[in-house]
Design a protein around this ligand. Sequence first.
Ligand SMILES: Cc1cc2nc3c(=O)[nH]c(=O)nc-3n(C[C@H](O)[C@H](O)[C@H](O)COP(=O)(O)O)c2cc1C
Length: 439
Amino acid sequence: MARAPRKIHLAQFLVHGPTYHSHAMWRHPKTREAGFDWRRPELYEHIARTCERGKFDMVFFADLNYISDSFRGTLAPALKYGSQAPEHDPMPLLAWLGAVTKRVGLASTFSVSNQHPFYAARMWGTIDHLTSGRAGWNVVSSINHNQAANYGTEREPTDRRYERAHEYYQVCRQLWDSWDEDALVMDPEAPMFADANKVRRIDFEGEFFRSRGPLNVTPSPQNGPVILQAGTSPRGRDFAAQYAEGIFAIQPQREEAKKYRDDIRELVAKFGRDPDDCKLLFGAQVVIGSSEQEAQEKMAEHNELVEPEAGMTILSAHLDFDLSQLPPDSIMEEHEHPALQRMKTRYRTDDGRPLTVAEVAQRHGQSVSLPQFAGTPESVTDQLLDFVDHAGGDGFMLSPIYSPGAIGEFVDLVVPELQKRGRFRKRYSGTTLREHLRG
Ligand SMILES: Cc1cc2nc3c(=O)[nH]c(=O)nc-3n(C[C@H](O)[C@H](O)[C@H](O)COP(=O)(O)O)c2cc1C
């Protein structure tokens, strides 16, 4: 009997702010015509409902806690170009979206660098309750000196960041497990609200954190949120392989994407887990037209709207390195500064041509180096499936070139095509984010 075609998973990338990956998005005529205010919840409500109509696994909010001065040592370019700044806090928005949607997963980044893990465990437990088990936490450890300075600390080296992240996660995990599933009795006659034999202190004493516990939040539908991860360093991959149920990856070269996927699956297995329990979603920026030519024109028009300096600004922020120090025409991968090594797979085209500093920055301004897929709904579907079938992986994290219109176009035009080919769900079979990812 022929095997059913493998279904993919879809997440929508968002920021509670004007700029996602595209630095042209907030200025794009179609964003402006749509007339939404990125500071108001109505925009996100509209997007979450659209994604739920499209049966997406989740909407996901990235999060940064700073306005970058990494480029030229001043805030001016980040403010001028709205370069992933400002960013409002996504956590209250998750609760809001939980109230206006029923099935779509609701995920966000929350950094382990700044708050005590008790706070994180309590907040994520609460959000998982409020969303009936649809919460997802992208666990990041922040690399930018501006974020550290905002919290009165200093940026830490990678190894140290991840040692702290491991411990942070352990504290949260133990706090979520500090209540047995049946500890909440709520028997008014006895009376017995909660059974003290089934709720424990954790008495955690680590290198970075101490916490007594128990958590004062009852076990949530998913017993804590689904854990997501997006670190690319070897330490980041290790962290993901141990704990993550979903990984977001930016891999513009498909051969590198394949290597990354194979490496992650091997690592997940090394930690005694089933690689299929950790879904790998590749970032993709999709441009849809009614003809190939229209799609190419739309992509060119969008890409031209990205100011070269906006690209330099956001790439400097993500590397936390001032790119104004480098000649724009020099080959990016030839520079040996340690800060420039973290995104090396983004320094070449898909066919392996090394890019200049200016070219990498331009691509970063267009899409933060997400590969772009342009075409008719049918050809975009072909391209996406070709990528994911070649590289492996489990689906895509989509990022629009204008908002919210491009999200609606994907849902109305590409999702039906994926469904027609048996490659995407037609209805939700579960209710929690974990069930969506496993379904
Ligand atoms: C798709 C994607 C989304 C990310 N979202 C965030 C984010 O919202 N906030 C953040 O501080 N870092 C974010 N990152 C950065 C990484 O998670 C990680 O912190 C960074 O790459 C440094 O870790 P590393 O040294 O392991 O690469 C994101 C990375 C990727 C690939």
